[in-house]
Design a protein around this ligand. Sequence first.
Ligand SMILES: Nc1ncnc2c1ncn2[C@@H]1O[C@H](COP(=O)(O)OP(=O)(O)OP(=O)(O)O)[C@@H](O)[C@H]1O
Ligand SMILES: [Mg+2]
Length: 278
Amino acid sequence: MLEVSQVTRRFGTNVAVDNVTIGIPEGQMVGVIGASGAGKSTLLRMINRLIDTTEGKIVFSGTNVSALRGQKLRNWQRDCAMIFQQFNLVPRLDVLTNVMLGRLNHRSSVASLLNIFSDQERAMAIAALERLGIERAAMQRAGTLSGGQQQRVAIARALMQQPKVILADEPIASLDPRNAQIVMQSLRDINRNDGITVVTNLHTLDTARTFCERIIGMQAGKVVFDGGPDDLTEAAARSIYGADGLEDAFSEAVTSTSLAPARPARAKETKEPALVGA
Ligand SMILES: Nc1ncnc2c1ncn2[C@@H]1O[C@H](COP(=O)(O)OP(=O)(O)OP(=O)(O)O)[C@@H](O)[C@H]1O
Ligand SMILES: [Mg+2]
């Protein structure tokens, strides 16, 4: 269980995350949606401890994550892998090495320093690349790959951490629809097969509905919606995006991440057909 309790983050006088309380059971796939500036990235970054909370605490399986220091903090950051919109690979290193870098927090500092990887780690990295369907790019420089391929490398690197939680901050925002779908399907597959909790910020509402079992809607730092895909009615969407932002949130046909063909994956068709493709 990942418990975010009364967490607030301020930047000066600006309240980025405002008294947020959410409990995420192990193995859940959660989408966090909201307009730009709603606090989605800040929330994920606090969970991973890239930034600290101003108030409140974050607890994972009984451990107060907010208070960790030193090696224990690094262990948490290993257990809680992060995936970014811009992939964050080392462009001049080959793909295999990039993936093996996911092991850094598992190894002694001397081995890390010398960049020596064992045969076992190599095999593990290749298996991760195979799982993401990009093993043929193993020896290629990461910077020469397409965005979709790079994001799959980043997911393979995250898997190398053997994480308990994967946090993804708009993982498909820079991808074309096909690659966006592959990346979301990969995350869902990892969630379902490995039981890894996935919390992902998503720009588009429809992607969250298609791939996530639970959706958290943020507005001005607060959680204003928390429910399943079918609970996300037009009224709920309005509370998340505001009346002005609603059209953007639904007009997925014009965004790069429109995932309309993936819709059969949803368990139940929406009760609100008026919303679809509105
Ligand atoms: N390092 C920072 N310094 C100052 N203000 C910040 C910082 N990071 C975030 N903020 C502010 O906090 C608020 C929430 O930002 P955040 O990046 O979490 O939003 P978001 O929901 O991820 O938006 P987007 O959809 O654009 O990524 C914004 O007002 C933002 O300007
Ligand atoms: Mg963000």
